[in-house]
Design a protein around this ligand. Sequence first.
Ligand code: HPA
Ligand code: ZN
Length: 337
Amino acid sequence: MDEALRNTVLNMPKAELHIHIEGSLEPELIFALAERNKVALAYPSVEALRSAYAFTDLQSFLDIYYAGASVLLAEQDFYDMTMAYLQRAQADNVRHVELFFDPQTHTARGVAFADVINGIDRALQDARTKWQMSGLLIMCFLRHLSEEEAFATLEQALPHRDKFIGVGLDSSERGNPPEKFAGVFARCKELGLHLVAHAGEEGPPAYIRTALDVLQVERIDHGVACLQDPELVQRLARQQTALTVCPLSNIKLRVFDRMQDHNLAALLEAGIAATVNSDDPAYFGGYMNDNLVAAFEALPLNRDHARQLAHNSFAASFLPHEARESCLREVDAFFRQ
Ligand code: HPA
Ligand code: ZN
């Protein structure tokens, strides 16, 4: 990639729509929180923990990701984790973030739902004041657990309805199809929540179809498996259903062997509203701009693709109309330079 394109990609205004806040927990912060909270870790040092980040598939990552999250106990821990991510995102010219959080990972350990959401929310408010950065929260249900447990989590969340704008579906994809959560997603839709789901990361294109048809989601997280199904590709392009693609995640979890094999450029060429995101930046080797640079270095992507990605990131966001239009104007102005 030439220097001009690199600068464009780094400096362009952008939104991040697929980041699990627990996946932003860096090993140094895991160790600091473990000490603060007197939690024992299975790894003797930061280096030992980091060297365990050699994943073979989604499940091998999730096992370590849930172990890392075990150091989060108090409201302040959730604040510190979120603030560290937002500061890092701000340095990458991220103007707006839509954060996933996994309450069940914490409530299962006896942490109060209120401490989780209040800590994250307080950091989002501070980022707005400090950097004029907007942030919205999406609560994910863990798909390896039951729909009944998802309903129970929704009940715990409802007193905090003003602090989150939507729900998502994450964790182990294979064997846990979207339709397992048809009832709870229907209830969330009645409540006026935005709906998204991970689908077609490791799972088949059929899961993307049921996420759309049964859950009625507005965006697909990952969705890279759609290229196996040409009719589905046409539909996603026609409907402009956004895919929140995570290039470094896909390489680390072996969805693609090498970045040169990633299908991001093919998705954009097919007219799909793809976006680039970091997923779990502390575990997958990079934040927003690292993902963009890695993809642009390896794939046939040019300045028009950069503009499209910046545009898509705001167009696919759940920002209120005025704020979204204002961000899209900022993208246009940046690319007129
Ligand atoms: N896929 C599914 N669940 C997750 C992921 C992911 O990439 N990251 C955190 N939870
Ligand atoms: Zn994800």
